[in-house]
Design a binder for this molecule. Structure first.
Ligand code: 5GP
Length: 118
């Protein structure tokens, strides 16, 4: 059985602050935001990470990016800009084993996307 925290949110077993939803994805505010806007966009289908996707998931992956497109515009981020991040695995810093895109914005983000941890 798949019991990651995002599956629990998708199954309504845990609450979340929903930003937008469609047939195949859900977008919620991050519980520990790293910027004024920090939205997590996840597929309703359980995919552990981006490498768990197959060619059959290509349309779904496109839908996730289009979700980011729509949410960024809806939140007024298009002009000033924003950042999309997908973490993968241990070195990527992935904590939740359910594919998700981080959408960060609302302020000028740091120039570095790589911060090496000790
Ligand atoms: P990752 O490191 O896996 O790419 O990011 C996981 C993100 O999920 C983190 O930014 C973390 O704050 C967020 N997160 C973890 N648990 C919860 C939760 O129960 N609810 C919400 N809304 N976000 C969560």
């Amino acid at each position: 059985m798949i019991t990651d925290v995002f599956c629990k949110i998708l199954n309504k077993e845990l609450p979340a602050d929903i930003v937008a939803e469609d047939d195949n994805w859900l977008a919620i505010n991050d519980i520990n935001p790293q910027a004024p806007v920090h939205v997590l966009i996840m597929p309703k289908k359980h995919l552990t990470d981006v490498c768990a996707a197959t060619q059959d998931d290509a349309k779904l992956l496109g839908e996730l990016l289009m979700a980011a497109n729509k949410i960024a515009k809806k939140l007024g981020l298009e002009e000033k800009g924003f950042r999309l991040i997908i973490n993968h695995g241990e070195h990527g810093g992935q904590l939740v084993p359910h594919l998700h895109i981080h959408l960060l914005g609302g302020k000028r983000l740091g120039p570095k996307i790589i911060a090496e941890s000790k």
